[in-house]
Design a protein around this ligand. Structure first.
Ligand SMILES: *Cc1c(COP(=O)(O)O)cnc(C)c1O
Length: 409
């Protein structure tokens, strides 16, 4: 089981379990696990990496896990000899069974398990552009844990699960927010300071990061080594931090190589603060109608100790700015060459890989890991009925949300 000390990245000081922040600065906390080598367990899904997850028990029914396979189709199109895909979605023919079709399933399960273990923990408040809320709603349907979700109105179509919603007083309260993801975050921030409610912490939550880190662990296990390059579409960049942290653990393990994979992170311009911050290019005004809106986070954990900037610097990383047109074309290329549907966000990563191959920043023989962060929604519909989650109320101010929650008591 995951025995660990929680340390600030900045000064390595040990902090109390379940902390989300450091006392001296805005550093991220990181789990310092007792286990120094990866010893997979015979447990379902990501729980096989239990030594490197900040939990003691498991939610056995939450068995979604990344699947790493060697690409033929896309690899051929791009002239790459060692392209591996980490598929995070629903694709049973390849053994991929993520219940809500994105790698947010990797974050939700360990976070909810950590909450079960922490005893007097409050109701979790989650603000989401859709995929995170859906993943957490699914786990809550399995465990019955209460959950308060804030989702922008525009993203409500993403609120489905394959488990039928419980009628009457279910564990999930869904509140729709007039505005964008950022407005949803701001309302959630106000509500989570009320008694009985608590923040899940986003990038500050080690269960989220180490859950996503299993993408790198699974790849290393499949390949027998770490890849040379890691490609992912990012909003907050948390997945990039997670891949780097998992690689640091694998490096210390000693059996999977000593070079950290280079991070290649991709954003959809103009909604691309990490891209502008890293490249120093002049930021363009954000746009409200993008090919991908999951990837827009206005306040990514960029310049904090242990954050995205450190991850990029320490891995000689790169950040790509991908236009809508490039992402649309990359999505078509991926879907026709790999024969599975993907979400819009990972198409942004596919476009970045294409650019890197053309520019020569990856060599045809390099070992490359492409994280397809979500896919198989069309595939899952062939086998499952998707049940829509309906909002109990729509709000535009946090006071309205508080009034509604007071009334529910
Ligand atoms: C959340 C999300 C991402 C970006 O995740 P980060 O937290 O920025 O690493 C990419 N793709 C999909 C499908 C997502 O849901």
């Amino acid at each position: 089981m995951g025995q660990y000390l929680l340390r600030c990245v900045s000064d390595r000081s040990v902090q109390p379990a379940y902390s989300l922040s450091c006392p001296h600065d805005n550093s991220l906390l990181r789990a310092d696990y007792q286990a120094r080598q990866m010893e997979p367990k015979s447990l379902p899904g990501i729980w096989r990496f239990l030594d490197w997850l900040p939990v003691h028990g498991i939610i056995a029914e939450a068995e979604g896990a990344p699947v790493t396979y060697r690409s033929q189709g896309l690899a051929g199109e791009l002239g790459l000899e060692n392209l591996y895909i980490s598929f995070n979605g629903y694709w049973p023919e390849r053994g991929a069974r993520m219940p809500t079709c994105s790698f947010k399933d990797l974050e939700a399960a360990p976070t909810m398990q950590m909450l079960l273990e922490c005893g007097e923990c409050p109701t979790l408040v989650v603000a989401s552009a859709g995929n995170t809320a859906r993943a957490f709603a699914h786990v809550s349907a399995l465990t019955g844990q209460p959950l308060l979700l804030f989702v922008p109105e525009k993203a409500l179509a993403r609120m489905w699960t394959t488990v039928p919603p419980r009628t009457g007083k279910g564990p999930v309260t869904l509140i729709a927010v007039q505005g964008d993801y950022y407005d949803a975050i701001q309302i959630a921030e106000n509500v989570q300071s009320l008694p009985g409610f608590g923040a899940e912490g986003g990038a500050r939550n080690i269960a989220r990061r180490d859950g996503m880190g299993t993408v790198m662990l699974d790849a290393a296990l499949t390949l027998g080594r770490m890849p040379d390059h890691y490609f992912q579409a990012v909003g907050s960049g948390t997945g990039g931090i997670s891949a780097w942290e998992a690689a640091l653990r694998l490096k210390e393990d000693g059996r999977y190589g000593s070079l950290l994979p280079r991070l290649h992170l991709a954003q959809n311009i103009p909604n691309a603060p990490i891209y502008y911050a890293w490249t120093g290019k002049e930021p363009q005004a954000p746009c409200s109608d993008m090919f991908d809106d999951v990837l827009f986070n206005r306040k990514p954990p960029y310049a904090i100790p242990g954050g995205v900037k450190d991850a990029l610097r320490e891995t000689q990383g790169e950040v790509y700015g991908i236009t809508d047109q490039e992402a649309v074309a990359a999505k078509k290329l991926f879907e026709s060459s790999e024969e599975i549907d993907i979400l819009n966000a990972p198409a942004v990563a596919v476009a970045a890989l294409e650019q890197a191959a053309i520019a020569g920043s990856v060599h045809p023989k390099d070992i490359i890991l492409l994280n397809i962060t979500g896919g198989g929604v069309a595939r899952i519909k062939e086998e499952h009925t998707l049940h829509r989650l309906m909002p109990q109320i729509t709000v535009s101010h946090w006071e309205d949300a508080v009034q509604f929650l007071e009334g529910k008591k």
